[in-house]
Design a protein. Sequence first.
Length: 367
Amino acid sequence: MKQFIAFVRKEFYHIFRDRRTKLILLGMPVVQIILFGFAISTEVKNVHVAVLDPSNDVMTRRIIDRIDASEYFTVDRLLHSPQELETAFREGAIELAVVFGVNFADRIYTGDAQIQIVADATDPNMATTRTNYASGIIASAQQEMIPAEVSVATIVPDVKLLYNPQMKSAYNFVPGVMGLILMLICAMMTSISIVREKETGTMEILLVSPVKPLFVILSKAVPYFVLSFVNLITILLLSVYVLDVPVAGSLFWLIIVSLLFIFVSLALGLLISSVTQTQVAAMLGSGLVLMMPTMMLSGMIFPVESMPVILQVISDILPARWYIQAVRKLMIEGVDVVLVMKEIVILAFMAVLLITVSFKKFKNRLE
C-alpha cells in the first residue's frame, strides 16, 4: 500500500510541476463555466428594433414605449416606408421590426387592427425567441389599454415556465459544461499521461517495480479522479454563487452521479491509452472520439430529440448524454433520485463494461 501511495504522490508531482497541465486542469473549468454562463448565451438581450407606424396614434405610441422600456429590446429606428424596413435589415442595423396597420387605434375596436412582427431569421431559434418575447409585450400592452368591457380585447394565454422562469441560458449550459470538463480531464488527460510513459519507454521500468501492473495504472488515474472532484465542487460553487443556478435537487445524489461519470471517463481514458502508442494519437483520439460528439450529440447544445435517428443512436452510446440528462433532472428540475435511476443504471453498466475491457486490453499489451 505504501508503494501505491508513493506512485500516486509521484503522479501528483508530475502534474503540478507542469504549468500548462495545471492551467488546463484547474484554470480551464473556471474559464469554461464563466464563458458558457455569460458570453455564450441564448437569452434575448439588446435587440435592435425598428418601428413602421403609419397611424402614429396614442395606442401605437404606448405599445412602442412598452417595447422600448423592456430589458430585451431597444427601439432605435422609426421608419416611414416598407423600403426603409428592407434596407435596415439588409444593413444589419436591426434584428426585429414592428409594423402597425393604418388607423390602428380605430380598427382595434372593430376587430381588424393589424400588427406585424418581422424578424431576421438567419438564426431561426433566436428569431422565434425574439418574436415570442415581442408578441408577449404587445399583447400585455393591449390588454392594459383596451377597456375590460370591450369584447375584442386580446386574450393572452396564461404561460407558466417551469424550472427556469427567467429563461437563463446558464440553466441549460451548466450541466453540459460539467460533462464536458469531466470528460476532458478524466479521459483525455489520463490517456495522455499513460501513453507518455509508453512513448518514452518508462512504463516498462514502472512495471518491474514491486507494485502490481494494475496498481501502476490506478496510480495514474487516481490524481485525475481527485482533481475532477475538485473541479466538480468548483463548478457547482460558480454555478450557484456566480451564475445563480440553484441546485434544486439532492446535492448528495448529484455528487454520486458525478463520481460515477468520472469513473466512466477514467475507464475511457484507459481504453484510449491501450490502443494508442503516442501522445498525439491519444490527443486526437480523445478529441475526435469523445470531445466533439460530447459537444454536438450529447444534448449539451442541441436537443437529442431533434436529431436524425442514426445520430440519436450514436447519442445513446455516449456516457455524457446520460450524465447531462441526469444532472438536469437532479440540479435543475429537482426530481427525486428514483426518476434518475435509468441514467444511473446505464452509467453503471458502461463503467463496468469499459473498465473490464480497458484493464484486459491494457494488460495484454503490456505483457
